[in-house]
Write a protein that binds this ligand. Structure first.
Ligand code: SAM
Length: 251
């Protein structure tokens, strides 16, 4: 029996219109789709009616299925001849553990292909009209993970400041630590920040403020995951009010 292929597919930030054509085709063909909690129902609706959909939703500090079991699941289906779409929010190789799953497939002799997706960093920034680079404001952009584990050990020095944009994933719960960490690294308390919640989805909110006020902004506005924190002058657009919701903080 021929071995199936595992396709690590990026589902983008939520809107099915932001899938690549290849992702949409593979989702529509796959016998098995293993997806995480960031994949919107509208994207899963593209699956064929008889497809097996497996939700391995990962939430912060609560992994429904441990990573090694997810990898084993992909391999198991492929070894019995099924093509598997492993569907992930955003891009599989940006904080998506796609690298670990590709390694597991290769170790088991299972062919694996990677289909890039629009990372939430790009999709949410576009929807919020925040250019991550801008000739007047930033020529460097960095992506970091803001979750608790290992946050203190991460060296972010130099990633934010004049001429730079820092995009922080998974930072809602740790916003106070993030603000402290950046200011301890020398970043000015009045550095412009934005929080993009549910970016590129119908429920998107874009909140703007200053670094020192980031923890209050997140708490008072009840920001929930998924959300990105963007640090830098690019968040301070002159016409920011156009894309800031009624709940938005000061521009
Ligand atoms: C495990 S990471 C996955 C990132 C994903 N692979 C990507 O490329 O966007 C999950 C984090 O991505 C961010 N995220 C994902 N989708 C988002 C969205 N629609 N709006 C804002 N942030 C999002 C949040 O910071 C969330 O906690």
């Amino acid at each position: 029996m021929a071995i199936g292929t595992v396709f690590l597919v990026g589902a983008g930030p939520g809107d099915p219109d932001l899938l690549t054509l290849r992702a949409a085709r593979l989702i529509g063909q796959a016998a098995v789709i293993v997806h995480d909690g960031l994949v919107e129902p509208a994207v899963l609706a593209l699956a064929r009616p008889d497809a097996l959909l497996v939700d391995v939703a990962k939430r912060r500090a609560h992994h429904t299925l441990p990573q090694d079991q997810i990898s084993a699941l992909l391999v198991r289906h492929a070894l019995v001849g099924q093509d598997v779409v492993r569907l992930k929010g955003g891009d599989p190789f940006i904080f998506g553990r796609g690298g670990e799953e590709a390694e597991a497939c290769r170790a088991a002799g299972v062919p694996v292909q990677v289909v890039p997706g629009i990372s939430s960093a790009l999709g949410a920034a576009a929807a919020a009209q925040i250019p991550l680079t801008h000739r007047d404001h930033a020529s460097i952009v960095s992506f970091v993970a803001g979750q608790c584990k290992g946050l203190a050990e991460q060296d972010w020095a130099g990633l934010a400041g004049a001429g730079r944009t820092l995009v922080i994933f998974m930072g809602v719960k740790t916003a106070p630590h993030i603000a402290d960490k950046l200011m301890a690294d020398g970043l000015a308390p009045d550095t412009a920040v934005a929080v993009i919640e549910n970016g590129a989805r119908p429920t998107m909110r874009v909140l703007r403020g200053l670094l020192a006020g980031l923890p209050d902004l997140v708490e008072q506005q009840g920001v929930v995951s998924p959300a990105l924190i963007v640090i830098g002058a690019v968040t301070r657009a002159d016409d920011a009010a156009l894309v800031t919701t009624a709940l938005g903080a000061a521009a």
